[in-house]
Design a protein around this ligand. Structure first.
Ligand SMILES: Nc1nc2c(ncn2[C@@H]2O[C@H](COP(=O)(O)OP(=O)(O)OP(=O)(O)O)[C@@H](O)[C@H]2O)c(=O)[nH]1
Ligand SMILES: [Mg+2]
Length: 352
């Protein structure tokens, strides 16, 4: 077992001396199912290797992979076959150990169970050729073996670490040879499923995997919640901006209207003044005309008796009866004159 691309299938092919299983340098995971390689003889013993897909498979979920692996293990155990050992491939050239690698190794240890860890061999492969780089990687391997977060628990429970330094059959056989000395024992998941009739989800490995999925789901939910919050805040900000832009546009328009109204008012006032000036001008010209003509006498009957008044003639004859009726005693003649001129203009304009 081990991460995708760690070299599981390549190791089997080296040991078997043929392309028994498919290895690949593709960017996507290669092995899809548990594949049984053709048996070979090593030191007089028949050896049978099983290739497995990885928990971090490109196109399958860890749960699917656990199902595939556990079914194959269950079948072997039911047939009475026990494993001499389990290889966990670890590419030493992996600079960082990410959380997925840690989680997957943790599921692997639960699948084996603490008792069977003594039959586990962690095989470090993908070593560089240059000796100085190898020294560096040796140091890294030591750190991995003692790191609580990775191999320390397995090592402290009997797991071995082996170096697959060369890509040769000899190197692969040396590792397998050591495993043949082991006492075959069932793995925890085999006992749980066959002896204790547990479903995959009830096995220790299954529970661990589901916990991991639940954690992942929780993290995803948190992420989505935060994202939604951010989106909501952004939407509100956009709405506020839109609203203030609308208010600003309305205020600008309103100001323009107010300015326009003020201008119109000023124009009206100016027109009124112009009109008054024109009236005054006409009045003055009429007064001048009057001085040159013979005054005409009109009689006006107003309340209280007969009065005779001298007013300007030559203008509206039609207005005379109304006007004369409005003449009252004591009203200055000048005022009557102005009114007379004003109405004369209006009536003349209407007639024209
Ligand atoms: N340099 C170097 N390359 C290796 C070694 N082992 C495997 N490879 C290369 O690593 C690549 C992946 O090897 P595979 O054997 O297909 O890996 P796998 O673990 O079976 O991958 P999956 O089937 O996807 O889980 C191939 O290109 C191999 O040639 C090694 O020890 N050293
Ligand atoms: Mg493979």
């Amino acid at each position: 077992m081990g991460a995708t691309g760690s070299g599981k299938s390549s190791f089997i092919n080296l040991a078997c001396g043929s392309d028994a299983v498919t290895a690949s340098d593709d960017i996507e995971s290669c092995t899809e199912t548990v594949e049984e390689a053709p048996p070979f003889v090593l030191d007089g013993q028949q050896v049978k290797l099983f290739d497995t897909p990885s928990f971090d498979h490109t196109n399958r979920s860890p749960h699917e992979i656990l199902q595939i692996i556990s079914e194959a293990l269950e079948n072997q155990y039911r047939k009475g076959t026990k494993l001499h050992g389990i290889i966990f491939m670890h590419p030493i050239d992996a600079i960082r150990i990410n959380s997925l690698a840690k989680e997957n190794f943790s599921v692997f240890t639960r699948l084996c169970g603490t008792t069977a860890l003594k039959n586990v061999v962690i095989v470090a492969n993908k070593w560089p050729k240059a000796q100085n780089r190898r020294d560096k990687f040796e140091h890294r391997l030591e750190r991995l073996s003692s790191s609580d977060e990775l191999f320390a628990f397995a090592v402290s429970n009997g797991a071995h670490i082996q170096k697959h330094l060369e890509q040769t059959a000899g190197s692969a056989h040396a590792i397998i040879r050591e495993m043949l000395k082991n006492q075959p024992i069932p793995l925890a998941i085999q006992e749980e499923m066959v002896d204790h009739h547990k479903s995959i989800d009830e096995t220790t490995a299954g529970i661990k995997l589901n916990e991991k999925s639940a954690d992942t789901m929780k993290q995803l939910e948190e992420k989505i919640k935060l994202q939604l919050k951010d989106d909501e805040a952004a939407r509100r900000r956009a709405l506020e901006d839109e609203l203030s832009a609308k208010i600003q546009a309305y205020e600008d328009k309103n100001k323009k209207l107010q300015d326009m109204i003020a201008k119109k008012k000023a124009k009206i006032v100016a027109l009124q003044k112009e009109l008054e000036a024109e009236i005054n001008a006409r009045q003055e010209s009429d007064t001048d005309e009057q001085a040159d003509t013979q005054p005409t006498m009109y009689h006006s009957i107003v309340s209280g008796g007969n009065h005779t008044m001298q007013i300007t003639s030559g203008h509206s004859f039609y207005a005379a009866p109304n006007l004369t009726n409005k003449l009252v005693e004591g009203t200055p003649l000048r005022t009557h004159k102005v009114r007379f001129v004003f109405w004369s203009i209006i009536i003349r304009q209407t007639i024209l």
